[in-house]
Design a protein around this ligand. Structure first.
Ligand SMILES: [Zn+2]
Length: 187
């Protein structure tokens, strides 16, 4: 997996593009959604092996699971929004895209188990043919011991630079818009 920081950053980029008004709840749910599939590492402590459907990157990294997570987050997090209204669907698609970004990013990592994208219907573990992101160990101690620096560099290149670029572009677009509005309101 890329580190939880990289998954969170991608979530923040989605959030910045999606929402005009944000708040603590919005960002909490965004980060939670971005990293949620990786909570499946705890299955290891229950003796579930990696290759098992319930193991890390198994069914909890599937399209079905991230769809369910998106549904639960909107339904529980935004009770004030009428279910299946236009606004509800926009939040649902938003959280779904963040969840999808996590599992797709994981297929781009070198090494480790593939991702059970279509579980539980298909037990295949998928990996992209092109995998530029170095796999990050799920235990922090391993991260510092082994190839931590190389992992950071690969995530900088493939996740952080594109994400920060996307944020800068958005900042310029919004600034131009604000200026245009200011000019029109002065006329
Ligand atoms: Zn993951």
């Amino acid at each position: 997996m890329p580190t939880v920081f990289s998954h969170s950053l991608v979530g923040v980029v989605f959030g910045k593009y999606f929402a005009k008004r944000t708040g603590l709840k919005f960002w909490t749910l965004t980060i939670l959604c971005a990293i949620f599939p990786d909570f499946d590492v705890i299955t290891r402590f229950f003796g579930i092996p990696l290759w098992h459907m319930l193991g890390h990157r198994g069914v909890f990294h599937s399209v079905l699971f991230v769809t369910l997570v998106a549904f639960v987050l909107v339904t529980a997090g935004y009770r004030e929004i009428k279910r299946f209204s236009k606004e509800w669907w926009s939040f649902f698609v938003y959280f779904l895209l963040i969840g999808m970004s996590h599992i797709i990013l994981d297929t781009l990592t070198s090494g480790g188990m593939g991702v059970g994208l279509l579980m539980p219907f298909d037990s295949t573990r998928y990996l992209s043919p092109y995998r530029p992101i170095r796999i990050s160990p799920s235990r922090l101690v391993n991260f510092f011991e082994s190839t931590g620096a190389r992992i950071v560099v690969s995530e900088l290149i493939w996740v952080w630079i594109p994400s920060v670029t996307a944020l800068i572009i958005l900042w310029f677009i919004r600034r131009r818009k604000r200026k245009r509005v200011a000019i029109i309101s002065k006329q």
